[in-house]
Design a protein around this ligand. Structure first.
Ligand code: ZN
Ligand code: ZN
Length: 433
């Protein structure tokens, strides 16, 4: 049977848990949940039954023994030879990243290939980018767009067809925050109808919002000092200053001061007490919760400042980060704090601990249901990756000279992404699960 949905290919797709790839053309494929027809990665309607559908970004993982057996195989390798500051992101069976030269890379983990898909222009990869669905034409379904800024302009690229759009240009005399080294923890954001960015002008910082269909532009003054964000929390957009979290609502920005004498930090330069994954924004806003966590200093100690923005008055507390601990996220963007011997996944202000011996905190730990991926150090045996599934473990070799970014799902692959420490290129260790 030849069921590859791509033109002029006679391959037979390999599918597990509804996602996979074609081993002839190596393109990503997913199964229609209604009729099981195989569809192209960016399809929005099933090619056979016409039902609305979309690529499942996190299908069920194989059960324990099958998952650990898959992770026991030596991982495949893929490299993107360019200079990167920003962490990659997963979408529709591929991983995507933007180099500091503004090249958009598409990494195909199943096919062990990395290629330049498009170019946005100089300086576009100097801060975290986003992949969000944008409905740029009224009445047409949304496509996933990669959204990035270079200081002068915010652009997006439709990942289904590589069409490039321009959204927000810096004002006369203004500059969009878009460089991790000079602007700190800044990013771009979108919520389907709007694209957001931060701009510094006239010695103040503004949140800009562009409506992608009407093209209307609004701006909201945040504060005079440094500002971090924007990011999405439960359907709203947030930014923050050292003193306060700001939540955008119908009446503009609502200010929620951080608790006590704590202040947020807004730049990697001030984050010396934090072990965080490189290239990723440091804030956490777990999906479908009113909770926000931003890194800060409480007294003189590192802490995550936690705010529940729906509680009235806002419920906030400081979560102290122990010396030597690493901070990462789980698949729902919950805060994860890892110490030697223990990984805590935060639900509100409290952690649900998982105890794992010999864990070395890196900031790239991964938690999804019964699966944990972490790093361990054995006396005389160096560092390794260790996968835990319930109470079973499986070790894997750690590539040499790397700065681990994190583990990702991409189609039917499980991937560790890292920066190579010698030249800041990207490497990927790939397990087919
Ligand atoms: Zn094919
Ligand atoms: Zn179908």
């Amino acid at each position: 049977m030849t069921d590859c949905p791509y033109p002029d290919c006679a391959g037979e797709a390999k599918i597990s848990s509804g996602v996979g790839y074609c081993p002839v053309c190596w393109q990503a494929v997913f199964e229609c949940p209604k009729c099981q027809a195989r569809n192209r990665a960016f399809a929005r309607f099933c090619r056979r039954c016409k039902a609305a559908c979309g690529f499942p970004e996190r299908p069920p993982l194989p059960k324990g023994p099958a998952m650990l057996a898959a992770l026991a195989r030596l991982p495949g390798e893929v490299f993107a030879e360019d200079q990167f500051w920003a962490a990659p992101a997963s979408c529709c069976g591929y991983l995507w990243s933007v180099s500091t030269r503004g090249r958009v890379w598409r990494i195909n983990p199943a096919g062990r290939r990395a290629e330049v898909a498009a170019s946005l222009g100089e300086s576009f990869g100097s801060a975290p980018f986003r992949i969000r669905s944008l409905a740029v034409e009224e009445g047409k379904p949304a496509d996933p767009h990669l959204i990035a800024s270079n200081g002068r302009i915010v652009k997006s690229i439709d990942l289904a067809n590589y069409q490039v759009f321009e959204w927000i240009a810096a004002s006369e005399g203004g500059r969009l925050l878009s460089n991790m080294q000079t602007d700190g923890y800044s990013a771009v954001e979108a919520d389907g109808e709007h694209v957001y960015a931060l701009e510094r002008r006239d010695s103040a910082c503004y949140l800009l919002r562009r409506n992608v269909t009407t093209k209307g532009l609004d701006d909201f003054r945040v504060s005079d000092g440094p500002v971090g964000g924007p990011f999405r929390m439960n359907g709203r957009v947030c930014v923050y200053s050292p003193k306060s979290l700001y939540v955008l609502g119908d009446a503009g920005l609502a200010e929620l001061p951080f608790p006590g004498a704590a202040h947020a930090i807004l730049s990697p330069r001030d984050a010396s007490g934090f072990l965080l994954a490189s290239g990723m924004p440091p804030w956490r806003a777990p999906h479908d919760t009113p909770n926000v966590y931003v890194p800060g200093i409480d007294g003189s100690s590192p802490a995550y400042l936690y705010v529940n923005v729906l509680a009235h008055p806002a419920r906030s507390t400081n979560i102290s980060v122990p010396v030597g601990a690493a901070c990462s996220r789980d698949v729902e963007d919950r805060l994860v704090i890892t110490q030697t011997g223990s990984i805590g996944v935060f639900d509100g202000p409290a952690a649900l601990p998982r105890h794992h011996d010999q864990v070395v905190p890196k900031g790239a730990e991964y938690v999804e249901g019964p699966l944990t991926a972490a790093f361990v150090k054995m006396a005389g045996a160096g560092e390794k990756i260790r996968f835990y599934y319930d109470d079973k473990v499986q070790d894997a070799p750690l590539p040499e000279k790397i700065d681990a970014i994190g583990f990702f799902r991409a189609g039917s692959c499980f991937v560790l992404a890292y920066f190579k420490t010698n030249n800041s290129s990207l490497g990927f260790a790939v397990w087919d699960v």
